[in-house]
Design a protein around this ligand. Structure first.
Ligand code: NAP
Length: 258
């Protein structure tokens, strides 16, 4: 059901081996997909290049800082020239200035608000707009982004990132409505906490992991591989009627009242 042979996908948001986007890239490549991976800047290029070398088939590696319209445009121009078309897009880019994830939310600066929403929410819109024509060539496609429960409930220190995730999830629904006529589906996976580079920026992250172990119905934390399995489902034929959805991979935490 989850066979991706003959499919090509773009994965944005691999920083290191702990990245959720990397777990998804590995699973998609294992299912037979050919990948295009991006790196944000030269500092991260070597990391991503090292990881890419471990995949069964060498991916195309391209730079993309998602805050740059020029780089996003150049990314899709190169993909069109080198690959021709796309079947899926994994969006795992997010960022908020560290001080916005430690100080009270009331003190969020205009700049921090702008940066968090630009990198973490608008980037999905920009990348979906670039990917859609390449997916239309294939008769459709699947776009998957990563979100967190802090979009709809207050989670201590998640702050402006929660606001960005609310915008991201709303964007998922609007994109799904726009792109559905081209058989392009757009969904989000709402993951439980996993210790990654981005997570390390959230104050009190370790106690969050502990709280999830105590309070989730499954009494445990989740792993990147479990997020990747859900992503494979969303990329595959099995989810062909699912779009505009936020699916939780959080050991059931979202279901609990207390
Ligand atoms: P991660 O490994 O740090 O991934 C975040 C990625 O976003 C990094 O590759 C980062 O690159 C990239 N990024 C930041 N600014 C960018 C820019 N301007 N242009 C291009 N890329 C940029 O952390 P992660 O936890 O796997 O995060 C992936 C996604 O999952 C995020 O949307 C996150 O909010 C979401 N999520 C994570 C958790 C969790 O607990 N880990 C839970 C739910 C949802 P740099 O390293 O260069 O900044």
């Amino acid at each position: 059901m989850n066979d991706l042979s003959g499919r090509t996908g773009l994965v944005v948001g691999v920083a290191n081996k702990r990245s959720l986007a990397w777990a998804i890239a590995q699973a998609a490549a294992g299912a037979g997909a050919q990948l295009v991976l991006t790196f944000q800047n030269e500092r991260l290029e070597e990391n991503v290049r090292g990881l890419a070398a471990t995949l069964p088939r060498a991916p195309l590696l391209l730079p993309c800082d998602v805050t740059s319209d020029e780089q996003v445009k150049a990314l899709f121009t190169t993909i069109e020239q080198e690959v021709g078309s796309l079947d899926f897009l994994i969006h795992g880019a997010a960022f908020a200035p560290r001080e916005a994830l430690t100080a009270p939310f009331t003190q969020t600066s205009r700049e921090a608000f702008h940066v968090a929403l630009d990198v973490s929410a608008y980037s999905l819109v920009a990348l979906a707009a670039g990917a859609a024509p390449l997916m239309a060539k294939r008769g459709g496609g699947s776009i998957v982004t990563l979100t967190y429960l802090g979009s709809e409930r207050v989670v201590p220190n998640y702050n402006v990132m929660g606001v960005a995730k609310a915008a991201l999830e709303a964007s998922v629904r609007y994109l799904a409505a726009d792109l559905g006529a081209h058989n392009i589906r757009v969904n989000a996976i709402s993951a439980g906490p996993v210790k990654t580079l981005a997570a390390a920026g959230i104050a009190g992250f370790s106690s969050m992991l502990q709280l999830y172990r105590e309070r989730t119905p499954l009494k445990r934390n989740i792993e990147g591989a479990e997020v990747a399995d859900m992503a494979l489902f969303l990329l595959s034929h099995a989810s062909r009627a699912v779009t505009g959805e936020v699916l939780f991979v959080d050991a059931g935490f979202h279901a609990m009242g207390m």
